[in-house]
Design a binder for this molecule. Structure first.
Ligand code: ADP
Length: 239
């Protein structure tokens, strides 16, 4: 199996503080991998380096076999969804979703087609003309998802995308994201501190502790055969 995304001996320091240490991780095309671990274990930092918002201190990040350390974010072709959905409040839902396409200089007709398709994907076609403030939290997060997918990115990065939602919405969105992953064959890297979310959604889970991966495996492997005491205790905790 060749890796679509490869982290090769990544180190990240903030001053004297090492937040990611000599980390290796390979992710296959079409795989859904969760980075799971307690707060401060380096998950977001790794995702930010993959997105190009943070630089590595050392090591190489490869995408489809090419080193991308020096490639700027907008050329990495990644859809990004954060916990705070960061929609533009002064634009309609449709305009929000169209924004990444306009940034790429796409023509109006194609933009309209793609936006319609992307909103349909998250079942929000009827809301195109509304402002984000007229939508519920879950709907806003679906707009953010639609905006991240509209340019058909090679990879989708999600950082605690469901953290702000109540339990019922979160569970619905978990199903929606799983469904999109399967239907579109997306490669997803998903940051969460929620064990059950990682275990139910992912093909594989990487358990982080202090800037290192303690164990990577299928949900079943991580759950049934924890490799270290830390993994056993962290997976065993209830939220
Ligand atoms: P997680 O996503 O697992 O909660 P983070 O990657 O956000 O962890 O943070 C890992 C560590 O790096 C934490 O100790 C955090 O305080 C530190 N950190 C993150 N960003 C910065 C920054 N810009 N400057 C200094 N330290 C940072």
């Amino acid at each position: 199996m060749t890796d679509f995304i490869r982290f090769d001996r990544i180190n990240k320091f903030y001053g004297p503080l090492c937040v990611v240490e000599n980390l290796d991780l390979g992710i296959a095309k079409g795989e859904f991998v969760s980075l799971l671990g307690p707060s401060g274990s380096g998950k977001t930092t790794l995702l930010m380096m993959l997105a190009g918002f943070e630089r590595t201190t050392s090591g190489t990040i490869l995408l489809d076999g090419t080193a991308i350390n020096d490639v700027p974010t907008y050329k990495r072709d990644m859809g990004i969804v954060f916990q705070s959905y960061a929609l533009f409040p002064h634009m309609s839902v449709g305009e929000n979703v169209a924004f990444p396409l306009q940034m790429r200089g796409m023509g109006k007709t194609e933009i309209a087609e793609r936006v319609a398709k992307a909103l349909d994907m998250v079942q929000l076609s009827a809301y195109a003309e509304r402002r984000p403030s007229q939508l519920s939290g879950g709907q806003q997060q679906r707009v953010a998802l639609s905006r991240a997918l509209v340019f058909e990115p090679r990879v989708v990065l999600m950082d605690e995308p469901l953290g702000a939602l109540d339990k019922q919405l979160r569970e619905q969105m978990q199903l929606d994201i799983r469904d999109l992953h399967r239907r579109l064959g997306l490669t997803i890297v998903f940051v969460t501190h929620d064990q059950s979310e990682a275990l139910t959604m992912s093909d594989r889970v990487a358990v982080f502790n202090k800037g290192k991966i303690e164990q990577i495996g299928t949900p079943r492997q991580v759950y049934d055969e924890p490799a270290t005491r830390f993994v056993a205790e962290f997976i065993g905790e209830t939220n």
